[in-house]
Design a protein around this ligand. Structure first.
Ligand SMILES: Cc1cc2nc3c(=O)[nH]c(=O)nc-3n(C[C@H](O)[C@H](O)[C@H](O)COP(=O)(O)OP(=O)(O)OC[C@H]3O[C@@H](n4cnc5c(N)ncnc54)[C@H](O)[C@@H]3O)c2cc1C
Length: 511
């Protein structure tokens, strides 16, 4: 529950902690702060008029998770439904978390942050925002910034600059900007793209459209399964309480995913054969995988597209979906002409071409009057940055549920804030150690490990990394769940008020 100190925080005043964004990361972070640092005052600034972030922005037909909600849900709030959930179900779940924990009173909706400036003299962040209701400029100061703004621009999606787009006379829309009022009954719909969004939207379109065509540049891996968890259903049947079911089912899913991830690396061909067998279960033994369903990259280098009940493949075998693997030569009046000369006619073209990366919300940051270029910084375990004090960035997992990292970093921030209080420290930095002097500095993304296009397109906007565990963002939940709780906050890479504790501790021990 919120404490009096937390309830007091008002617009325009000072707070201990300022959380940016009321998506699933911001709400989870607020919960952990309330639980583990009950005396800290805080606000959440959110530019939208409501919570939910991703789950509020996307309104295309069929929008749903592609992770199971036992692990995408928070550790502290049991998920009680089917594993794959619609956006509405996720919003309802988040709404309950907000209400049950009185988080609402801390959220300032309709506040778009325009700048964040750190002053070393005051050991404070100044955060400037526009209040959308009246256009007023409002200023907050805080000791610690908890950046939960997600990773993409919610207003402007990524649309490639295809030739001839102006020629097209039908309706063109990016999935991220889909208007739920749009009627596609009896229409010919062309979906450009093949990732998770395309996998979600295609079966939904196929129900009412005359026909759906998916035009993909290259194929994606699909994982087909029923939308149920047998263990959860069985435990419920025998009367086990929901918190226990949540804990046990999370453990089961994470165990299975761990085994799967390892096998993807050691025996990718066998894993692909198993994925194919699951598809055949829904699409029939004769289903043809070449050329549209045989990806070029290794399984797991990008997120697997989940396909509940094999719905994409059922649409294909029922003749409602045609897949074309090709590139676009040009848009035409009636649709799109591919590089191999085929013209695909469509009444509606939906671009499922992904996101426009937004690093730290594209907010201009300054430290002591000097603009921060994130590419000049080196990241500490994908959460803090050299040269930028008192700030933590929540960037979740892609191969496992994003939210697993929200809970984990929630514990970390609270431990760090409590440690600073014990030390009486006002400022914490991460800084390279003596042993890191000659460390190779590399791009943030390890292309061999994980390489989604929207990150690869904008590598120069992202922070960089070193080749040691402390300075990498490894995207590996199963390693981090051991490493992050075990972080020694007095280790040499942490600098409090300009001093390395490691040196102080060593000197004291030597004396
Ligand atoms: C359609 C879709 C489906 C997905 N499905 C899954 C899934 O099944 N499993 C999974 O693990 N991941 C999934 N993801 C990834 C997903 O984005 C994350 O899992 C998660 O929802 C991100 O939450 P977040 O709170 O970190 O960021 P967001 O949801 O992006 O929320 C960030 C919030 O910060 C606010 N904000 C940003 N900038 C500012 C600013 N300057 N001032 C004020 N407020 C600001 C935004 O308005 C937004 O509300 C999916 C993504 C999409 C797009």
């Amino acid at each position: 529950m919120a404490t009096a100190a937390q309830a007091k925080a008002e617009t325009g005043t000072h707070v201990d902690v300022l959380i940016v964004g009321a998506g699933i990361s911001g709400i989870g972070s607020a919960y952990h702060l309330q639980e583990q640092c009950p005396d800290k005052s805080y606000v959440i600034l959110e530019m939208k008029e409501t919570f939910g972030g991703t789950w509020e922005t996307h309104k295309y037909p069929g929008v749903r998770s592609d992770s199971d909600l036992y692990t995408f849900g928070y550790r502290f709030k049991p998920w009680v439904g089917a594993p794959i959930a619609s956006a509405d179900e996720i919003l309802k779940y988040m709404g309950e978390v907000i209400e049950e924990n009185a988080i609402d009173q801390h959220i300032r909706y309709g506040h778009r942050i325009n700048s964040c400036s750190w002053s070393s003299e005051d050991n404070l962040w100044t955060v400037r925002a526009t209040r959308q209701s009246d256009g007023a400029d409002v200023t907050f100061t805080c000791n610690f910034l908890w950046m939960c703004q997600g990773y993409y621009n919610h207003e402007t999606p990524y649309v490639p600059d295809w030739p001839g787009m102006d020629n097209y006379k039908g309706r063109f829309v990016h999935a991220q900007l889909w208007d739920p009022e749009m009627d596609y009954t009896g229409k010919r719909v062309l979906v450009i793209g093949s990732g998770a969004t395309a996998a979600t939207v295609i079966p939904a379109f196929a129900e009412k459209a005359e026909h759906v065509t998916m035009l993909q540049r290259s194929p994606t891996y699909f994982f087909c399964s029923e939308n149920k968890n047998e263990l959860a259903d069985r435990l419920r049947e025998i009367g086990i309480d929901e918190p226990t079911i949540h804990r046990v089912v999370r453990a089961q899913i994470m165990y299975d995913q761990d085994a799967m991830t390892k096998r993807c690396q050691t025996e990718p061909d066998a894993v692909f054969e198993e994925l194919k067998a699951l598809i055949r279960h829904y699409a029939g033994e004769d289903f043809e995988f070449e050329p549209h369903f045989t990806p070029k990259y290794r399984v797991w280098q990008q997120r697997l597209a989940f396909c509940p009940e094999g719905d994409v493949f059922k649409a294909a075998v029922e003749g409602k979906l045609t897949v074309v693997t090709d590139t676009i030569d040009t848009f035409t009046e009636k649709g799109v002409r591919t590089s191999s000369g085929e013209e695909i006619e469509a009444d509606i073209i939906v671009a499922a071409t992904g996101f426009r990366l937004s690093v730290l919300g594209d907010i201009p940051f300054e430290v002591d009057g000097k603009a921060v270029d994130w590419h000049d910084t080196i990241n500490y375990r994908g959460m803090m940055f050299t040269g930028v004090p008192n700030l933590l960035w929540v960037f979740g997992y892609f191969r496992a549920s994003w939210t697993l990292r929200v809970d984990m970093l929630g514990d970390f921030v609270c431990k760090l804030l409590n440690h600073m209080d014990e030390l009486g420290a006002k400022r914490v930095d991460v800084a390279l150690r003596e042993e890191d002097k000659d460390m190779e500095i590399l791009p943030w993304i390890e292309e061999d490990n994980f390489n989604p296009n929207y990150l690869m397109r904008d590598l120069d906007k992202l922070p960089r990394r070193g080749n040691k565990p402390e300075w990498r963002h490894n995207q590996d939940y199963w390693a981090e769940r051991e490493q992050i709780p075990a972080i020694d906050l007095d280790a040499e890479e942490f600098v409090y008020d300009g001093m390395r504790r490691a040196n102080v501790v060593e000197t004291r021990e030597a004396g």
